[in-house]
Ligand binder design. Structure first.
Ligand SMILES: [Mg+2]
Length: 370
């Protein structure tokens, strides 16, 4: 088959049918109360393409690559074909282990009143790992963060605790926060500062403080995700399937970084979360990752509960039950697709966006073949 046939100019030849949905969220998150997503089906099953609406075509084209790969529609590359499930079985087979059917997820503790810690975490049922958001208002939040997390430790002395500052501190502020929060027995501290260079400086200046740094935004938003490893900016990397361009791309980045990885979501429906679960179930386990993250590291894929609606009923969804999500493929419920469908204006906007992203992605697929 000629290249131009296999990698057509019009995405409509690869993806003739798709559906666009609005998923209402339980509460405002990341400044939004509903999430628009595209779903389509390929030979390997259903896939989700859901870059946030403000993302440009260049950034969003990586998300499209991920969706095409998960659907089995990525043309002209080594990843094409019935990939995901095959790789899962293959990985399990090679290691001699049974295929992983579920993965652990963390609960999330938002910035809340100290008196709410117990009731918020009670909703999750038994979980082994909690990720607490800190630095909502930068360093000004530190006294309240410390108080809230001391209460957490009083209630849950043996639960694994991670922190995420979403780059909310300057370098000196981050040092102060690490010094105060280190007593809480942290598994890791995600992205205290924004710049990858500052992450590296912070790590140097921690000077024996027992705080492991994890890079999230430094991997996902960076031009060069490998700089984290080159600069020694973190000991753990947070990886997300769609922003990194798919399961295969995420695996290559993890391998090239040589650092333990934790898979997290990009605020997806169960269809998108299923891709994350597949990656999480097949992450390489090394002595370093066991030492830093334990035997069954929780992933950040429990975000299904942030949505008031999903594309399947709760019992078929990738929602956490007792701190675990299933590793499975999701077939959306047609009635839900109909009920949650966007209006014609939004459908047209996404149709154009799909083609724009394809026009950015296509040349790289053509050049990777030649
Ligand atoms: Mg994060």
């Amino acid at each position: 088959m000629a290249d131009t046939e296999q990698i057509p100019e019009s995405i409509a030849e690869l993806v003739p049918n798709f559906t666009i949905l609005t998923l209402p969220m339980v509460t405002r998150f990341r400044g939004i109360t509903e999430r628009e997503i595209m779903l389509f089906e390929g030979p390997d099953g259903w896939a989700e393409f859901s870059p946030f609406t403000e993302y440009d075509a260049a950034e969003s084209s990586r998300w499209l690559r991920a969706a095409l790969e998960f659907a089995g529609l990525l043309p002209g590359t080594a990843e094409a074909g019935p990939s995901a499930v095959g790789q899962l079985a293959d990985t399990a087979g090679r290691s001699g282990a049974a295929a992983v059917r579920s993965v652990a997820v963390n609960a999330t503790l938002p910035a809340c009143a100290t008196s709410e810690v117990e009731s918020i975490l009670a909703r999750y049922g038994p979980v082994g790992t909690v990720k607490a958001k800190v630095a909502e208002h930068g360093i000004d939040s530190l006294p309240a963060d410390v108080e809230r997390l001391r209460e957490f430790r009083r209630l849950f002395p043996s639960t694994t605790l991670r922190l995420d500052a979403n780059a909310g501190y300057s370098l000196p502020e981050a040092l102060r926060a690490c010094a105060e929060l280190a007593e809480l027995d942290l598994q890791y501290f995600e992205q205290p500062v924004a710049a990858v260079e500052d992450m590296a400086r912070l790590r140097e200046q921690l000077d024996g403080l027992p705080v492991v740094l994890a890079a999230d935004e430094s991997i996902r938003k960076a031009e060069d995700p490998l700089r984290v490893a080159e600069l020694g900016a973190a000991e753990v990397v947070i990886v997300k399937v769609q922003p990194l361009g798919g399961i295969a791309a995420a695996r290559s980045i993890i391998e090239a970084c040589g650092l333990p990885a934790v898979v997290s979501s990009a605020l997806e429906s169960s269809v998108g979360l299923a891709a994350g679960a597949q990656l999480a179930a097949t992450l390489p386990r090394t002595p370093v990752s066991r030492e830093l993250l334990g035997e069954h590291p929780a992933c950040g894929l429990g975000t299904g509960r942030l949505f008031a609606e999903d594309v399947v009923s709760a019992d078929l969804s990738v929602r956490p039950v007792n701190g675990q999500i299933p590793v499975t493929r999701i077939v959306p419920d047609p009635q839900r697709l109909e009920r949650l469908a966007v209006d014609q204006g939004r459908f047209d906007w996404w149709s154009m966006r799909l083609q724009e992203c394809w026009s950015v992605l296509r040349p790289s697929l053509l050049s990777s073949r030649s």
